[in-house]
Design a protein around this ligand. Structure first.
Ligand code: ADP
Ligand code: MG
Length: 247
């Protein structure tokens, strides 16, 4: 599927991480997980993040998503450095700009698919009618128009993840960060869920950075970043190479 949002003249990334460092103390020693990682996410891109288990993908996604502070480095969202901001400011930027999806759906069990996607919008201030209409629209795009009134336990694992993805983008973040969102699914379901994510990315015009173990899925990505030894060690790209952005 071509990427209608890709624009080689758009030089400004939506989200950049620079020189991220993160060390965990463990027993007697320390474990260096991030050791100078750099990433630029440009508008409309679908980027894969691959690397062996334990290589630091989740740590990197949590730092990029402003959920955890690294020991050093910078995270720029729309050109603004966020790690220097107050906790409140950072939380507010995270809520506006970042959507997260995990390996497990974390849906509200007693609520329907429609409610799960509508509730975060209502918390953000939208009317119930508008939130439910948007939830229905998003769930229809991911092929769940026949599951609107089902609770999570009445849906398959793949359907639950498609609801979780719709919920993650319901407040129109600019970047979706996925931490192995298909990691708990069989290969066929994994491909179906990923296609939903790709369709939403393309149609709704946001960017995504998705950690995955599934190399089949990387063929659909615009770029694939490989993380090893705490750094991005290789980049494969279907789009034109771009000069690194200097802040
Ligand atoms: P990945 O997502 O690529 O599997 P992670 O970012 O989860 O990698 O973890 C990278 C390394 O950091 C692993 O060795 C993991 O055990 C370690 N690690 C992650 N979180 C913590 C923590 N809170 N405390 C100590 N070590 C951690
Ligand atoms: Mg992980």
């Amino acid at each position: 599927m071509p990427n209608p949002n890709y624009n080689p003249d758009t030089r400004r990334p939506i989200l950049s991480v620079r020189n991220l460092h993160r060390t965990y103390k463990s027993g007697e020693g320390t474990l260096t997980v991030l050791n100078g990682a750099d990433i630029d996410i440009f508008p409309g891109e679908m980027i894969g993040l691959v690397g062996p288990s334990g290589s630091g993908k989740s740590t990197l996604l949590h730092a990029a998503g402003l959920l955890e502070k690294p020991d050093a480095g910078q995270v720029y969202i729309n050109g603004r450095e966020c790690l220097k901001l107050s906790d409140n400011e950072r939380t507010s930027i995270r809520r506006q700009s970042i959507g997260m999806v995990y390996q497990f759906h974390h849906l509200l069990r007693e609520f329907t698919a429609l409610d799960n996607v509508a509730i975060p919008q209502m918390i953000a201030g939208k009317s119930q009618a508008a939130a439910r209409a948007e939830a229905k629209r998003l769930l229809t795009i991911v092929g769940l128009e026949h599951r609107l009134d089902h609770t999570p336990s009445q849906m398959s694992g793949g359907e639950q993840q498609r609801v979780a993805i719709s919920r993650a983008i319901a407040n129109r973040p600019q970047v979706l960060l996925g931490d192995e969102p298909t990691g708990n699914l069989d290969p066929a379901t994994s491909t179906r869920v990923f296609q939903s994510l790709l369709t939403l990315t393309r149609q709704e015009g946001f960017s995504a950075l998705v950690a995955t173990h599934n190399m089949e899925l990387t063929q659909f990505m615009d770029r694939v970043l490989t993380v090893r030894d705490g750094m991005i060690v290789s980049v494969s790209s279907k789009t034109a190479p771009r000069a690194p952005i200097t802040y």
